[in-house]
Design a protein around this ligand. Structure first.
Ligand SMILES: Cc1ncc(COP(=O)(O)O)c(C=O)c1O
Length: 377
């Protein structure tokens, strides 16, 4: 089959939901993906900040094989050890109190929204302009972009959007009914927008003073992506609730909501698959491998190298660790030009997003920079 035939197959059978790049991936190994013609690409977006250990990392393959021979699923009617071991690990690495495992990021946000409503009895949530928290109805309600929201309204009521990096707007939006503030420490889908130095500290202070819960969406920024295990460490804050997904599974669909506020009661929340043994065993392995292979430090090191070299080329590059945006004239055109150079990136409007696997080495960074020279310099 060739790309044209695959595109025909999609048009005929798949829901019309995705804007895809013109590459049909069939195989991956480490930092590289191979398309249907055997063409090799350097993967500089890691399945949208997901494949933290690169493609088909031996430890991930081993964890899938090992657990799938023992037990794949039982539902939450029964106790299973991998789920509880993953929860224990998440609580230990975050300093939180409890964890609820989910299948993806949107579910982690849904869980957080339900939790804040339940424990505060209040209905209002303050979210940020340019935020992205997912596409299920609750997560979509705190997601900013009209193009994602409009066709599906009415969404859940009581969400107020304020400007990111503007403390005054938060202060002015707080009422007696405010349950929580939800914020990405670094806005990802918006094009890698960094908070001002003291912004998140101020947000934490205001939420504490007003007894409002703070939900930090670390779905994209977590597990080493920004050069710290969690981006909140850059800004020295501790939220009440953390949402995580993406890098936690290195490609296996799994997420989590980790919290130190009050808990649910049995029956108030759940899911057939959530925290199933296979997903939990893989996530546990991924986290341990990120720590064992010192990939958080690698993210910081190679991220700094990339950022410095992009800036040295006169490009408007911004980000932390391996979460980098490069502002260009036309994001789509630049991503397509980079594909011709056998480099895969994604884009948000006029920003090319660089989110490579955390296993990236200096030679891969140089390979990317050479392509940048061809396309952008
Ligand atoms: C910050 C953030 N929150 C939530 C989500 C939604 O996660 P998922 O696509 O796994 O549902 C994303 C996905 O891009 C994200 O970047």
């Amino acid at each position: 089959m060739n790309l044209k035939e695959i595109q025909k197959l999609e048009k005929r059978y798949y829901a019309n939901t995705f804007t895809r790049l013109p590459v049909a991936a069939v195989r991956g190994k480490g930092m590289y993906l191979y398309d249907i013609n055997g063409r090799k690409y350097l993967d500089m977006f890691a399945g949208i900040a997901v494949s933290s250990l690169g493609h088909c990392h031996p430890e991930v393959v081993k964890a899938v094989q090992k657990q799938s021979k023992i037990l794949i699923h039982t539902s939450n009617w029964l106790y299973t050890l991998p789920q509880l071991e993953l929860a224990e690990l998440l609580v230990k690495i975050t300093g939180m109190k409890k964890a609820f495992i989910t299948n993806n990021g949107s579910e982690a946000v849904e869980t957080a929204i339900k939790l804040v409503r339940k424990i505060t009895g209040k209905k209002e949530i303050i979210a940020m302009e340019n935020s992205f928290h997912g596409r299920s109805m609750g997560a979509l309600s705190v997601t900013w972009d009209e193009k994602y929201r409009k066709p599906f309204e009415p969404l859940i009521p009581g969400v107020k959007f304020v400007k990111f990096n503007n403390i005054e707007e938060i202060e002015n939006s707080i009422t007696k009914e405010t349950a929580a503030v939800i914020v990405e420490p670094i806005q990802g889908e918006a094009g890698v927008i960094l908070p001002d130095d003291d912004y998140l500290k101020e947000v934490r202070k205001i939420t504490e003073e007003n007894e409002i819960l703070l939900i930090l969406d670390e779905i994209q920024t977590g597990f080493g992506r920004t050069g710290k295990l969690f981006a909140q460490e850059h800004y020295r804050i501790k939220p009440d609730i953390m949402c995580m997904a993406k890098g936690i599974g290195s490609g296996f669909p799994v997420g989590a909501t980790v919290f130190r506020c009050d808990d649910f009661k049995p029956g108030e929340h759940g899911g057939t698959y959530v925290g199933n043994p296979l997903a939990s065993a893989v996530a546990k392995t991924v986290i341990k491998t990120i720590l064992k292979e010192k990939l958080v430090r690698n993210s910081e090191r190679i991220g700094d190298y990339l950022l410095k070299n992009l800036k040295n080329r006169g490009l408007n590059a911004h980000g932390k660790g391996l979460m980098i945006g490069i502002d260009v004239k036309n994001g789509e055109k630049t991503a397509l030009d980079l594909i011709k150079e056998k480099i895969l990136t994604i884009y948000s409007k006029n920003t090319v997003r660089v989110l490579p696997p955390l296993i990236i080495e200096r030679k891969h960074a140089d390979e990317f920079l050479s392509a940048v020279d061809e396309v952008l310099c």
